[in-house]
Design a protein around this ligand. Structure first.
Ligand SMILES: [Zn+2]
Length: 208
C-alpha cells in the first residue's frame, strides 16, 4: 500500500530539519523529495523559500511527473526538475540535496569534472559497496539558474556514470538519492562525512 502524502511530508520535514541542524542546509538552502506513488508518479517535495530549520509537513507539496502541483500549497523547489530527472533515471525513491560547506569546497577542488573518493572504510555505507577499496567517482556539473533547461544534461551524466551514488554542482552542493528515504539519508551522511575528511586533509596539506 502506498503511504499518504502527509506521512511522507512528515518524514521529509524531519530529514530537512536534521540536515539544517548538521549545517548542511542552512537558511532556505537545499531541497528534499520522496516518491509517494510510482504509477502515476507522485513526488512529495519541499517548497521554495522555506527555512529548513523550521521545515514542517505543510511546507511540502505533491507534484506529478511534469512538476504540476497535485496537493498542498506553495511553489515546488526551483530544482524540482532535477529531482524528477533523478527519480526517472535512477528509479530513486528519495532525492536529497544539500548546500554544505564541504560539498561546496570540494565541488571546486578538481577541474576535471569529477571528484574521486577511495580507500575509506566509510565508503561501505554506500548502497552496494562492500570494501574500503571501492573507488567512488562523483560527477561535477556546472551550476545554473535554469534547471529545467539543464535537466536533460543531468540525465545524460547519470546515464554515463551508472555507478555514481551522487553528483556535485560546482560552487553549490550535493545531490544523492536512495531506493527510499532511509537509504538516501544514510548516503547523505556517508558522503558528507567523506567530504569533510577529504576537505580537512586537503586543508592540512595546504598549510605545509
Ligand atoms: Zn541547490
Amino acid at each position: 500500500m502506498n503511504p499518504t502524502v502527509e506521512t511522507v511530508a512528515g518524514q521529509l520535514a524531519d530529514i530537512g530539519r536534521h540536515c539544517y541542524e548538521r549545517g548542511w542546509a542552512l537558511g532556505t538552502s537545499g531541497n528534499f523529495s520522496a516518491v509517494v506513488r510510482q504509477k502515476p508518479l507522485t513526488l512529495a517535495i519541499t517548497t521554495s523559500g522555506v527555512d529548513k530549520g523550521l521545515l514542517e509537513s505543510h511546507h511540502i507539496v505533491a507534484i506529478d511527473e511534469h512538476g504540476q502541483v497535485l496537493q498542498g500549497s506553495g511553489t515546488p523547489s526551483a530544482e524540482a526538475t532535477l529531482h524528477l530527472a533523478i527519480v526517472r533515471s535512477r528509479s530513486a525513491g528519495a532525492v536529497l540535496h544539500t548546500h554544505s560547506v564541504w560539498s561546496t569546497i570540494l565541488s571546486e577542488a578538481t577541474p576535471d569534472g569529477s571528484l574521486t573518493i577511495e580507500g575509506y572504510e566509510m565508503l561501505k555505507g554506500l548502497d552496494g559497496v562492500g570494501t574500503h577499496e571501492h573507488r567512488e567517482r562523483l560527477p561535477i556539473v556546472e551550476n545554473t539558474q535554469n534547471w529545467t533547461a539543464a535537466a536533460p544534461l543531468i540525465e545524460t551524466i547519470l546515464r554515463e556514470h551508472p555507478e555514481a551514488h551522487g553528483f556535485l554542482i560546482r560552487g553549490h552542493g550535493l545531490y544523492t538519492w536512495g531506493k527510499d528515504l532511509a537509504e538516501a539519508k544514510r548516503q547523505i551522511e556517508i558522503l558528507e562525512f567523506l567530504f569533510e575528511v577529504m576537505g580537512r586533509k586537503r586543508g592540512m596539506a595546504w598549510q605545509q
